[in-house]
Write a protein that binds this ligand. Structure first.
Ligand code: XMP
Length: 517
């Protein structure tokens, strides 16, 4: 595998994603993981990611003691990107200084000036546009290293020590703003490192089934909450394939139940927990608190379900299946200083950060290493109906994160459901549902003045959000036709009581997140 050591760059996940798109399995772990963790994964290539730190700051993260000896001894290729390059230079006896000019954004570099062709860049002399984002600069290279590219300003842009298998790029090859970046990564991994590009979803499925069978004992029972979305459905189908009817699912809406039973043959029980959720959320306005409460309630419902099952089966279920995805794991990581990872907490995804400590069930998260589009691919292999696979994602905490503030205010939930239904139906009628990654309405906790039927109204505003995305990590807002927006806005104000204003959210991620909370 290609192992990425994460030093906190916002792009780390993207490196993982890009490498997987070359049919090469890659995994990302904290840059300060122990040598044992790294050794256990047995990588053939290690990529040291970028990060917000300077190698000169007192607590700058680094690879563990013994790392250099380990890679040298085992013939492992190492590529440092941005901070990763500086780390290599500094640790191997070169010199990194705080740069005079900081280089951010697009830059032109010239490759293979003064080194022979065939290293990081196949042919010398050419110019490339790349995306830089760094303050520090490598000014003296360790022994045996050569400059493989320089920026037009003269700064070191790429280094290599072919004999010792160490390479470094000062820019970010993984972003689309570095047009030749992917070519360089591919050349590095396939031609230089000789990595096998044979990673297939079928293998992932078979491997996961094996792991689940090994983990769950023959007498153990497993429970799973279905949300009606892609992730939990695929996760449950996979576990069902592994252990059959020792899986027991619960689900909240009557509507989709039939499909679970008839098309997927999943054993499902229907529960209605809305009253319990709403009473716990009453008066709570802080988004993180809301997420934590939902996470806690979520687990307590399982505990009850598990207890009921125990009565029925004569033994307690031991495991809980969750459709946690790789992006959920990356984004919920604790902030720097906590000793776990180096990127910032964005929000507590309810199925990750929000889990209470005293949870009595052990977790099975078979999709934990996959991105959304990979889960859809896996679903296809598992014969999950296309209607499920194409359904827009729905957040674990549900509509609560689409009502900023108190979820129980007025008839916010009722209004939100009506508006959402009109919006989604209009999108389906316009034949654009599959072009959009996710679309939904948001209830705005503000009242505005309107005039409806010659009368002054003082009612709520709602926002419409629709985004395109590859994996939910970054997103762009969807460009609707004006006529579509006009029709939807009219329909909402004319048919939903309590709404007199419709807004369109035109922010990408970043700077916004997809959900409002
Ligand atoms: P954000 O709002 O973080 O959302 O940009 C990215 C994607 O994740 C979904 N989402 C969640 N999914 N548990 C989930 O299972 C959560 O707590 C959660 N929060 C957001 C969101 O709908 C989008 O698709």
């Amino acid at each position: 595998i290609v192992l990425i050591l994460d030093y906190g760059s916002q792009y780390t996940h993207l490196i993982t994603r890009r490498i997987r798109s070359l049919s090469i399995f890659s995994l990302c772990i904290s840059g300060t993981s122990s040598l044992k963790t790294i050794q256990d994964l047995n990588p053939s290539v290690i990529i040291l990611s970028g990060g917000p730190h300077s190698v000169h700051s007192p607590n700058s993260p680094s690879f563990p003691d013994g790392f250099l000896e380990y890679v040298d001894k085992n013939g492992i290729f190492v590529l440092g990107i941005c901070y990763g390059l500086q780390l290599i230079v500094q640790k191997l006896g070169g010199q990194v200084v705080i740069g005079e000019k900081q280089e951010y954004g697009k830059m032109v570099i010239q490759v293979n000036v003064g080194v022979k062709d065939g290293g990081l860049f196949k042919v010398g002399g050419e110019k490339q546009v790349v995306w830089m984002s760094h303050g520090d600069e490598a000014v003296k290279l360790p022994e045996g290293f050569e400059v493989a590219a320089r920026s037009e300003q003269g700064a070191v842009a790429a280094v290599e020590n072919r004999e010792r298998r160490f390479y470094g790029l000062q820019y970010h090859p993984e972003v689309t703003h570095s047009p030749e970046g992917m070519q360089t990564l591919r050349h590095f991994l396939l031609d230089i490192c000789g990595v096998d590009a044979g990673w297939k979803m079928q293998d992932v499925m078979e491997e996961e089934i094996k792991v689940i069978r090994n983990m769950v004992g023959p007498q153990d029972h497993v429970i799973c909450a279905l949300s009606g979305g892609v992730d939990s459905t695929v996760a449950a189908t996979l576990v069902h394939k592994a252990i059959g009817d020792r899986l027991h699912c619960i689900f909240e809406q009557e509507r989709v139940m039939q499909t679970f039973e008839s098309d997927l043959h999943l054993p499902v029980t229907c529960v209605d927990a809305s009253v319990q959720f709403l009473s716990e959320l009453k008066g709570v306005t802080d988004p993180e608190k809301k997420r934590k409460i939902i996470g806690k309630e979520f687990i307590s419902i399982f505990d009850t379900f598990a207890h009921d099952l125990e009565q029925k089966l004569g033994r307690k279920p031991t495991y809980l299946v969750q459709g946690t995805l790789y992006p959920d794991v990356i984004e919920s990581c604790p902030p720097p200083g906590s000793g776990k990872t180096h990127s910032h907490t964005i929000k507590s995804h309810h199925n990750v950060g929000g889990l209470p400590k005293d949870m009595k069930l052990k977790l099975i998260e078979p999709l934990k290493l996959l991105f959304k589009d990979e889960v859809r691919e896996l679903g296809k292999i598992l014969d999950v109906p296309v209607s499920f696979l194409k359904r827009h994602p729905f957040p674990g905490p549900g509509l609560a994160v689409r009502i900023p503030g108190d979820v129980t205010q007025g008839n916010a939930l009722d209004i939100l459901c009506q508006v959402d239904e009109i919006f989604i139906q209009a999108i389906k009628d316009a034949g654009i549902y599959d072009e959009i990654w996710q679309a939904f309405a948001v209830f705005l906790p503000v009242k505005t003045t309107g005039v409806q039927g010659d009368q002054r109204t003082h009612s709520n505003a709602v926002a419409l959000r629709a985004v395109t995305s590859q994996d939910g990590m970054t997103a762009d807002w969807y460009y609707f036709e004006h006529k579509f927006l006009d029709d939807v806005s009219r329909k909402i104000c004319n048919s939903v009581r309590g709404v007199n204003r419709v807004c369109l959210d035109i922010t990408s991620k970043p700077p916004s997140t997809i959900e409002w909370e």
